[in-house]
Design a protein around this ligand. Structure first.
Ligand SMILES: [Zn+2]
Ligand SMILES: [Zn+2]
Length: 440
């Protein structure tokens, strides 16, 4: 039996049943063939945080009043703590930025010459009345969870995260806190990832089959994070079946990753590939925006695939007329979200961007205080938009990047401006020892 669902399931379900109904349908083998992830309507469940809270919602974004800074703000502000370099979290126009040291190169590649202060993992800085420290989120290179401590109370803002280990970034590290602000991009029980090694093996087999038939293998994937994870993952699995050709947007990010010390296999641009004798059938990595472009037509006969968490749902594959869909996400799946929430030990969970309602309901049924919060992250309906190259622009159009993949050295230089009181830095309290109300 098939069931066609219109609208964002996370929002609609509570109106005609409970999450239990949804689970029952899945258990009974009903194939849910469509999630039309329309923008939620005005009835969207969202709640303004109470003003006594350490982090509140302002028109500019999530704001910490006691510290006088924003986290991943969507409008220009004076002080922005940025969890990671994806376009919906790291925007241009802020006066001062604070991010993880591991993110320095990608931040500059993405945003150009900005005033950026960085923190090592676990290092803390005092800002206003609070202490800020950053812990790995495991999402892409340099992605951080922001830990904010104020008079013994601890909040953690997750940014985007995943629990699966990834050779291109530091693994997610649980941080104990009182309140956990979590993303929910794939916050439905249907989203469950298989181990990376399995997906890499599938990609390798598809590539080898195509090569045997003289076809190029075109794999669409987000230029920042996903493309590098695939390259490193295939290399680690010793599954390189020929040359890798990358789109300019991917090459530019590759350069920043290499600059940061990440090991990636050799990849070339389309011109070098054509020049090379033999011209073996390549694996081509390009952002989704390159689909149907003249750039892709240069590879002649090819098989088209997409690597994304959305490929878990069959309808998504059909809509894009793909030959293959590889389920590979840089976000936590449903069990991952639940595991991270539990590991935080938080008494209160605030859920942002994604399927908020499903998680809120699930946690509430288990006696955990939870509510949704409307943010402007991941704004593109139906797509894993962060990491996506904005249409006709983004990385390719950015003055900070050149298409041959070289990030100008001047942009990679450290900026002198300070975000907070650096002389007051000290090692942060190890997360496991962080005071949590739950322990008392
Ligand atoms: Zn996000
Ligand atoms: Zn992201």
């Amino acid at each position: 039996m098939r069931l066609l669902l219109q609208g964002q399931i996370g929002y609609r379900l509570p109106h005609f049943g409970t999450l239990a109904l949804y689970k029952e349908l899945l258990r009974a083998g009903v194939e849910i063939i469509e999630y039309h992830a329309a923008q939620a309507g005005p009835d969207r469940e969202s709640e303004t945080l109470m003003s006594r809270d350490l982090v509140v919602l302002r028109p500019e974004g999530l704001y910490c009043e006691a510290g006088g800074f924003f986290i991943d703000p969507w409008r220009p502000v004076d002080r922005a703590v940025v969890t990671h370099a994806h376009a919906d979290h790291a925007r241009t126009g802020h006066r001062r930025y604070l991010a993880a040291g591991e993110a320095r190169e990608v931040m500059h590649a993405r945003l150009g010459r900005i005033s950026l202060q960085t923190l090592q993992w676990g290092e803390s800085v005092k800002q206003g009345d609070v202490r800020i420290s950053l812990f790995p989120a495991g999402h892409i290179l340099g992605s951080a969870q922001v830990r904010i401590e104020h008079r013994g109370e601890v909040w953690v803002v997750s940014g985007d995260y995943k629990l699966e280990t990834d050779p291109t970034c530091k693994a997610f590290e649980p941080v104990r806190c009182d309140t956990f602000i979590t993303e929910s991009t794939f916050g439905l029980p249907v989203y469950r990832w298989r181990p990376d090694a399995q997906t890499m093996a599938e990609i390798a087999t598809w590539w080898a089959d195509n090569a045997a038939n003289g076809r190029a293998s075109v794999l669409l994937c987000y230029a920042l994070g996903k493309a590098q994870r695939i390259q490193a993952g295939l290399a680690r699995a010793h599954a390189l079946a020929g040359p890798i050709v990358v789109h300019g947007a991917v090459a530019a990010v590759n350069a920043a990753y290499r600059e940061a010390g990440v090991n990636l296999p050799v990849a070339c641009g389309v011109t070098d590939w054509r020049r090379a004798a033999g011209g073996e059938a390549p694996l081509v990595l390009a952002p989704p925006s390159a689909a149907g472009s003249p750039w892709l037509s240069r590879f002649g006969e090819s098989s088209l695939a997409f690597a994304s968490g959305w490929m878990r749902v069959r309808g998504a594959r059909r809509r894009r007329a793909l030959d293959r869909g590889f389920v590979l996400s840089d976000h936590a799946d449903w069990p991952g979200l639940m595991q991270a929430i539990e590991a935080s030990g938080a008494q209160r969970v605030i859920v942002t961007h994604g399927f908020e309602a499903a998680i809120v309901r699930h946690l509430s049924e288990r006696g955990i205080a939870a509510h949704a919060l409307r943010t402007e992250f991941g704004g593109e309906a139906g797509a894993e938009s962060d990491g996506e190259v904005p249409s006709e622009g983004g990385l390719e159009a950015s003055p900070a990047l050149t298409l041959d993949g070289a990030a100008p050295a001047s942009l990679l230089a450290a900026s002198p401006a300070e975000f907070g009181a650096s002389e007051d830095r000290r090692a942060a309290t190890p997360p496991a020892q962080t005071a949590s109300r739950r322990t008392s």
